[in-house]
Design a protein around this ligand. Structure first.
Ligand code: FES
Ligand code: FES
Length: 191
């Protein structure tokens, strides 16, 4: 389950290049972002320690995608409904579109790029491929990052568990059946 929503960002948080540049607004001129406070903050992502100037209201998804170029986590609904932006913070799934980057300080952040580099990911990728689970794949990082801790804890014991735990991950292409089949397969749940 994802934690409650963090303070939603402003329009500036959501896609303005001016807001995301580490060294100042893009395109010249003192935009509104110039007045926002920034503090140098340590952020550990996929095992790599970074020090980034972070605005108070910077959202984790923006920092990952625009500052660290980790574009696996996707923006879709932007309001903590679809799960496309799911990453792990301290081992727990969060909707990074609504999660303040400052709240990740001191906690390990894991994205799909980090998960995909782990040895255990090969079996996950194989199962999803075998079930033809995804079509466009836009939702895939969110499903997979939701899945990681559930598999590691052995928390999925029935199809009902799977349906409940993934109710917050939306897919626009498939009928969900193949995705849930792949997850059940990985969790050792009989069809
Ligand atoms: S983009 Fe974050 S939950 Fe949809
Ligand atoms: S496979 Fe396209 S959104 Fe899920």
């Amino acid at each position: 389950m994802k934690p409650p929503a963090q303070t939603p960002g402003t329009g500036l948080d959501q896609g303005s290049g001016a807001f995301h540049c580490a060294d100042g607004p893009v395109g010249g001129g003192p935009g509104p972002a110039a007045s926002l406070a920034r503090v140098e903050a340590p952020l550990t992502v996929n095992g790599t320690a970074h020090r980034l100037p972070l605005e108070d209201r910077a959202l984790l998804l923006d920092v990952l995608r625009d500052r660290l170029r980790l574009t696996g986590a996707k923006r879709s609904c932007d309001v903590q409904v679809c799960g496309a932006c799911t990453v792990l913070v301290g081992g727990e799934p969060v909707s990074s579109c609504c999660f303040l980057a400052h709240d990740a300080i001191g906690r390990e952040v894991c994205t799909i790029e980090g998960y995909a580099a782990q040895e255990s990911f090969a079996a996950v990728a194989e199962a999803f491929s075998r079930h033809n689970a995804f079509q466009c794949g836009y939702c895939a990082p969110g499903f997979l990052m939701t899945l990681k801790p559930l598999l590691e804890r052995g928390a999925l014991r029935s199809r009902a568990d799977v349906e409940r735990e993934f109710a917050g991950n939306l897919c626009r292409c498939t009928g969900y059946r193949a995705i849930l089949d792949a997850i059940c397969d990985l969790a050792g749940i009989a069809p």
